[in-house]
Design a protein around this ligand. Sequence first.
Ligand SMILES: [Zn+2]
Length: 233
Amino acid sequence: MTHQKLRERVCRVNRSLGRSGLVLLTWGNVSGVDRASGVFAIKPSGVPYDELRPEAVVVVELDSGDTVDAAGRPSSDAPTHRALYLSFPEVGGIVHTHSEFATAWAQAAQPIPCLGTTHADGFAGRIPITRNLRATEIEDAYEWHTGMVVAEYFDDHEIDPGATPGVLLPHHGPFTWGVDPESALEHAVVLEAVARMAWYSRVLAPGGPEAPECLARKHFARKHGPNAYYGQK
Ligand SMILES: [Zn+2]
C-alpha cells in the first residue's frame, strides 16, 4: 500500500470517529498499519476531525518511531499505538477514545464484566483493565509504557488480543484494535455500548451475576473463529 492510500484510509476512519459520538473535541485518534512497508499512519495532534485531510495524516516508521512522511506532529499517543503494533503482530488498526461509559469504568478501575450476549458477541470475556503505570513509567516515555503495560497484561494473563480486541487503562480510558482501522473503530463503538449497558445493569442489580460462561462462549463462537455461522457467507 502506498503512503497516500494508507493516509486516505486513516483519514476516512478518523473522520468517522469524529461522527461516531464517541469523542468530544479531539479526544481520540485512529491509526492503521502497513506491515509490508513497515509504517503506520495516525491522526495529527490537535486537528479537528472534520478539517482532517489525508495530506495531514502522519506516517511513522514502525521500527524507529520516527515520522517519515509528515507535514505536522503525530498524535501524542503515537508511541502507544507503536508499542501495540509491535506487541500484537496481527493488529492492523487501533482506536483510542475517552468515550464516556468506557472511561467511567476505567476511572472506577474496574474491568467491564460480561453481563450479556451483546458483550459476548464482540469480546470473549471481560474487557480487562491493566495495572497502573509506575511513577518512573509515567515520567519517562509515558505513552510508550502505556502500550507496553497493555502487552504485559495480555501476555501475563494469556489473553488473545484477537478475541479481546480492547482494554481499559486505569484512570484513563479505552484502546481498541482490529484487523484494520475500520474494525478497530467498530470495536470502540461496541465497547462503549457494552460499557453503558453494564453500568445500567449494575445499577439495577449491584453485584449481579456475570453471563453464564457457556452462553457467553456460544455467542462469541457464533461470530468469530473457525465455526462462526453469523451473517452471510
Ligand atoms: Zn487518552
